[in-house]
Design a protein around this ligand. Structure first.
Ligand code: SAM
Ligand code: SF4
Ligand code: SF4
Length: 349
């Protein structure tokens, strides 16, 4: 009988619920220059917070090697994230290495990056030149007071907009915008953001505020359901449902009825999509997590640094994925929410 691993790349390694490994999120740093209240609140992540020491963070060569192992197992999409990925020095060097990777069928990998946009102006061209295809920028409001309060460091909206303009000029398109909505903070920003993104031709995705990690003191009351977000937009700019782009797409997509574009809402809390979740997460320290709400991960850095071969690393990842049964959001309950979780900036949002 043929070695079943030969089929991994084409069919994708299935987990216990039949979900193939298709996406890898790679966190290149746990550090960030923002202190978003829903992710790294300033009161908990002060000057003396112990981020990962340099030696614990995967090098670019280590990341590229592991990424190749994942593409060999069927991953087709690589998303660079963090922390804030643009604070990692020489990031275009890593992008150039990852851009060379091929999916198992020989196609180029879909290589993208999520950023808070603050450092995009000088980096957009070098990232594009290195082979980055497109980009997602997180932006929670167009109002400086609201945005400043949410990013925790009074970072001005204008500089993120300037970063988006730089990304557009550099051809990092289509540009997606991620907006987390938190009750009492930025509901009033929903409509202005929707109008702006539509006028600018940007793909806007609203995200329900999630109970990742522990430090954001999450309460269900703080979640603005996707249905409410869409109703706010529909009241002013009428919407109709659009078909999902691909299996595993997490955003519910809606078209403006006047044909002027689309908007999405990611209902991770109110309409979980674990059944289609094909994502693995590689943290900056080389830990592999199979769920955003993971309570533990598997260390890939130690075997990698001990000289494991690609075949051995692939066997390890394969065994982790084939025993995966995560569906936290579907099981979200008082019982599970008391378990220790890993913070989002640490495992790569
Ligand atoms: N620093 C980059 C950024 O903000 O785009 C990349 C990392 S960040 C952890 C990735 C995404 O996770 C961002 O779009 C952010 O808004 C989102 N995020 C962080 N904490 C969240 C939470 N508690 N609920 C929902 N989304 C969250
Ligand atoms: Fe930093 Fe992104 Fe987390 Fe905000 S959401 S604190 S920008 S990692
Ligand atoms: Fe995937 Fe875990 Fe989120 Fe479910 S809760 S969609 S398994 S990351």
């Amino acid at each position: 009988m043929a070695d079943s691993s030969a089929f991994d790349g084409a069919l994708g390694v299935p987990d216990t619920l039949g979900r193939a490994l298709r996406d890898l999120r790679i966190s290149v740093t746990d550090r960030c220059n923002f202190r978003c209240s829903y992710c790294m609140p300033a009161e908990l992540y002060g000057r003396d917070f112990a981020f990962l020491p340099h030696a614990e963070v995967l090098t670019f060569e280590e990341i590229a090697r592991l990424a190749a192992v994942f593409t060999g197992l069927g991953a087709r999409k690589l998303r660079i994230t963090g922390g804030e990925p643009l604070v990692r020095r020489d990031l275009p060097v890593l992008i150039a290495q990852l851009a060379l990777l091929r999916c198992a069928d020989g196609e180029a990998v879909d290589l993208t990056l999520t950023t808070n946009g603050s450092g995009l102006r000088p980096l957009a061209e070098p990232l594009s030149g290195a082979g980055l295809r497109r980009i997602t920028v997180s932006l929670d409001s167009l109002d400086d007071a609201v945005f400043g309060a949410m990013n925790g460091v009074d970072f001005p909206v204008s500089r993120v907009l300037d970063g988006i303009a730089a990304a557009r000029s550099a051809g990092l398109t289509p540009i997606k915008i991620n907006t987390v909505v938190r009750r009492g903070l930025n509901e009033a920003s929903i409509l202005p953001l929707a109008r702006w993104a539509r006028d600018e031709g940007l793909i806007l995705r609203f995200i329900e505020y999630m109970d990742v990690g522990h430090s954001n003191s999450w309460r269900l009351d703080d979640v603005v359901p996707a249905s409410e977000i869409l109703a706010i937009i529909d009241g002013e700019l009428p919407l109709e449902p659009a078909a999902a782009g691909y299996r595993g797409e997490v955003a519910g997509r809606y078209r403006y009825r006047d044909g002027s574009g689309e908007v999405g809402a990611i209902a991770s809390v109110t309409r979980p999509f674990c059944g289609d979740c094909t994502r693995a997460r590689l943290a900056a320290d080389g830990m592999l997590y199979t769920c955003l709400f993971a309570v533990s991960g598997v260390d890939l850095k130690t075997p990698l640094r001990a000289g494991a071969t690609d075949t051995e690393l692939a066997a390890l990842v394969r065994s982790v994925w084939t025993s995966r049964g995560d569906r936290y959001s579907e099981l979200r309950s008082a019982a599970t929410s008391t378990l220790p979780k890993i913070e989002m900036f640490a495992l790569g949002g």
